[in-house]
Write a protein that binds this ligand. Structure first.
Ligand SMILES: [Zn+2]
Length: 106
């Protein structure tokens, strides 16, 4: 169930946001939002690469508390940068929701 929520937030929610708020070019917007999934490349530096019981936020390099403020700042830059920021912020929120569910906080 949590798995389903996680992947819908990663793939369906950006589709919803792109379609509702960027109707004229939702395909490009969705593409950019999905491309921010590349941030998970930092998992390759961890052993094991995938651990369902590990909280990504604050663990992986690109999910650390030092870089998340940068993602928030991107929101205020023009054009595609703000979309990249939006995708990254939605990604971090999705991962954070996961952590909260994992720890029984939500
Ligand atoms: Zn992630």
């Amino acid at each position: 169930m949590q798995f389903l929520l996680h992947y819908s937030l990663h793939f369906l929610y950006p589709l919803f946001v792109a379609y509702v708020f960027y109707k004229t070019n939702w395909k490009k917007t969705y593409g950019i939002l999905i491309a921010t999934m590349l941030v998970d490349i930092d998992h390759l530096l961890a052993t094991p690469i995938f651990d369902a019981h590990r909280c990504s936020i604050g663990f992986h390099a690109l999910h650390s508390f030092y870089v998340i403020p940068i993602y928030i700042l991107l929101l205020f830059l023009p054009k595609n940068w703000s979309l990249i920021g939006l995708g990254l912020c939605m990604h971090m929120m999705t991962d954070a929701i996961d952590c909260m569910l994992m720890k029984g906080l939500a």
